[in-house]
Design a protein around this ligand. Sequence first.
Ligand code: NAI
Ligand code: MG
Length: 345
Amino acid sequence: MNPFEVVLIPGDGIGPEVTDAASRILEAAGAPLVFQVHHAGLSALEQGQEVLPESTVDAIRHCGVALKGPCTTPVGDGFTSVNVQLRQRLNLFAAVRPVRNLMGVSTRFDDVDLVIVRENTEGLYSGVENQVTPDVVMSMKVATETACERIARWGFRFATRRDRKKITVFHKANIMKLTDGLFLRCARQVHQDEYPNIEFEEVIIDAGCMKLVQDPSQFDVLLLENLYGDVVSDLCAGLVGGLGVVPGANIGEDLAVFEAVHGSAPDIAGQGVANPLAVTMSSVMMLNHIADTRENLACREAGDRIKHAYNLALNEGCLTRDLGGDLDTSQFVAALIDRMEAQGT
Ligand code: NAI
Ligand code: MG
């Protein structure tokens, strides 16, 4: 079978370090992929391109699949987030982020196994902000029935396919009666009409956050609008060891962009110490996605090899600094590749 063409966006900060690590691991696993490198973010600007070059967007449309490093967004002023733009431009309406304990990574809990499903295209991330008067500014929260219904349906279908038992909507419909009210109503409706066999639960988000940090095992699939999904993703990452271990995917009708939950981590960029596991796990999600959508068995096998290797390595104490170990990025990559070679890849 011909190798599958995938777009690789190195990104900013630790992005190039962790995506390079992931591509070395993919190669060692024998993943039948060829990467087309395209830029986005500050690194695109540095190359004299737009912050989100049309050629990058077109390449993702052409290949259908991308692996992306994090892109820096200036705080308080400057350009609109490339990450948000990309999700909106390509209509990658569902962000899915599995959050699980990993063997060898000790945390306060040992029974976390939940999946975050985040609406990825609207809410307060629509970027509709106005200066009303010199001292009053306004931000518009947008909710459409189409997008609310679409993400609810996607979440229930995902839960069904993955044999998940329960969906919990986190909302604030007591305060935002129209926007969160619509999000909640759509979820209720899809549950009632299409997926009555999946347990459905509604929790007001502030209390939900408390429940999450007290006993995350009570949750299965979490369904959230854009901003809540963003915030709760990092909270959940903290339950299982931090941002270094939580992967993610942005999924649309025909396109998918895989990226870790974490950002460009400017505080450790350039030091070669970032944990490449989150983006590596994202690349395993990508391999499984290609396997599922293109019936590519070799991708599934490569993904299984990588997963087996990182589970072994973690269990044997190969940990990067964020997890309390002392390995740097390249030592961690070497530890995974050693284990794949020992398996006879
Ligand atoms: P961040 O996720 O980059 O970092 C938060 C903390 O976690 C930092 O202390 C960092 O060192 C640590 N960390 C993150 N990933 C790590 C890894 N792989 N290994 C070890 N430690 C890791 O969040 P922050 O600092 O709030 O944002 C930095 C920049 O990233 C901002 O410009 C933000 O807009 C951007 N960002 C981009 C995202 C994306 O491209 N999808 C997602 C989140 C933030
Ligand atoms: Mg985030």
